[in-house]
Design a protein around this ligand. Structure first.
Ligand code: ZN
Length: 135
């Protein structure tokens, strides 16, 4: 079972908590035990898992990314968004979470974040739920 989600970012760089959306896809699939893949089909956006209990954490991640990969530098890419491409590759286009008892298995402080690096834009996220064979 695969579902496409839509997310609208509101800034050039933004981390959007999509844990609830992913949880809903898993619930709708009725899969109790399995694997959930989250894939971002974009070259200047990504997905990552980190803390959202303290909203300063995603903010700090954004700040550190901006410091490590400045928007302006001696890039060759003519579109002018080379930094966004680099950040997207560092964060990665996919995440995988286990499903147990119909819920994603996440650590107490973990959330799934869609990472925008060249917004604001309307973006797609693909979520695939795969049932375990022994179910
Ligand atoms: Zn580009």
């Amino acid at each position: 079972m695969q579902k496409q989600l839509t997310v609208k970012s509101g800034a050039r760089s933004e981390m959007i908590d999509i844990t609830g959306m992913v949880r809903s896809v898993i619930r709708d699939s009725r899969v109790e035990e399995g694997i959930c893949y989250v894939f971002v089909p974009h070259t200047t956006a990504a997905v990552t898992i980190n803390e959202n209990a303290d909203p300063d954490v995603p903010r700090d991640i954004g700040m550190a990314m901006d410091k490590a990969i400045p928007w302006q530098d001696h890039y060759s890419h003519r579109e002018g968004n080379a930094a966004a491409h680099v950040k997207a590759s560092l964060m990665g286009a996919s995440e995988m979470v286990f499903i147990e008892n119909g819920n994603p298995v996440l650590g107490t402080w973990q959330s799934i974040f869609f990472c925008e690096f060249d917004g604001p834009r309307t973006r797609k996220i693909l979520v695939k739920v795969v049932k375990s064979r022994q179910d």
